[in-house]
Design a protein around this ligand. Structure first.
Ligand SMILES: Cc1cc2nc3c(=O)[nH]c(=O)nc-3n(C[C@H](O)[C@H](O)[C@H](O)COP(=O)(O)OP(=O)(O)OC[C@H]3O[C@@H](n4cnc5c(N)ncnc54)[C@H](O)[C@@H]3O)c2cc1C
Length: 284
């Protein structure tokens, strides 16, 4: 199918983009790399009045050092995130998760902000953003507001962004020196996650002192595995402690049943992948 007709605007500044969104009303759509939006338009799952293309907004690209956190522009591509030295040093979990996203073509066009704004429960960057306590910087006609990841993801493909707002940056607190791992289970190479586990941990004198665990595709939004975190902190970084903590991975999750896996199998995967992710993060 081809998309229904829409107006196209390519703003040169963020205020211009906001004005175009506001003028377009409820059915205006932002376009980043178009990796998810174009198929949605072609299937006519969305019939926007106007598409506001952010690709000219160079101010929304790149990774910047903001002291205690990194500021990542929404239009930074997955490829750029993967290769950025600041991300490697201070947000390794994000880099490892980005490595698992699709294939080089998608990683060259797809953006960090687009993935978060799209809020596909199977998207691999949502759980790391949640585990890292990232903060979304959103700009609309009333100005700028900051939304913590825990409040940003509202439902399947639904975020706290209003139709006339855009995500400009993401603040990612630095976890320098922490161990990290992203464990993804998918049906074929380069496919979306059936379940994924994002783990970031700090170990001192053989004991786990901090643990952040996020789950991909274990509910309509990414899930923070608080039970596992509680069970890990203070424990020795041993296989026994990790196995015991991982049994709590599916607590509080609401995994879907679909053509790839049923809810019970997803809960099993969450436990197994948590054990693997934490083990790898401890050894990292
Ligand atoms: C073949 C294929 C395989 C893929 N596999 C994976 C995978 O394994 N794991 C994974 O995580 N992802 C995967 N993806 C998705 C990929 O990561 C894209 O980055 C993601 O779809 C977002 O695309 P985009 O950045 O081009 O945003 P777009 O497609 O342009 O936009 C997506 C949505 O977000 C909104 N949006 C975009 N940017 C903003 C913004 N700054 N402010 C407000 N709203 C915004 C748009 O309006 C739209 O609704 C895959 C995509 C394809 C095509």
């Amino acid at each position: 199918m081809i998309p229904a007709a829409f107006d196209y605007v390519a703003p040169a500044t963020v205020p211009e983009a906001v004005r175009a969104l506001t003028a377009g009303g409820e059915d205006a759509k932002v376009m980043a790399g178009g990796q998810s939006l174009i198929p949605v338009l072609r299937m006519r799952l969305a019939v926007p009045t106007v598409v506001v293309d952010l690709s000219g907004l160079t101010e929304l690209t790149g990774v910047h050092d903001d002291g205690d956190s990194l500021r990542i522009g929404a239009m930074t591509t997955h490829y750029e995130v993967q290769r950025d030295p600041l991300v490697r040093e201070h947000a390794r979990l994000l880099r490892l998760a980005t490595d698992t996203v699709a294939d080089p073509q998608v990683r060259h066009r797809g953006t960090f902000g687009g993935s978060l704004a799209h809020a596909d429960p199977a998207g691999d960057l949502l759980a790391p953003a949640l585990a890292l306590d990232a903060v979304m910087v959103c700009v609309g006609p009333d100005g700028t507001r900051e939304v913590p990841a825990a409040e940003f993801f509202v439902d399947h493909f639904t975020t706290a962004l209003a139709p006339d707002e855009l995500l400009t940056h993401v603040k990612v607190p630095k976890l320098t020196g922490w161990g990290a791992h992203y464990e993804k289970f998918n049906r074929v190479a380069q496919a979306w996650s059936i379940v994924g586990v994002a783990a970031a941990l700090r170990v001192a004198d053989g004991r786990i002192t901090d643990a952040r665990i996020g789950l991909t595709n274990m509910g309509p939004t990414p899930v923070r595995a608080r039970g596992v975190e509680e069970a890990l902190v203070g424990q020795p970084a041993t296989a026994e402690a990790i196995t015991a903590a991982a049994t709590r991975a599916a607590e509080g999750a609401d995994p879907p049943t679909d053509g790839n896996a049923d809810a019970e199998y997803r809960s099993h995967l969450a436990r197994v992948l948590t054990e693997r992710a934490v083990t790898a993060a401890v050894g990292a």
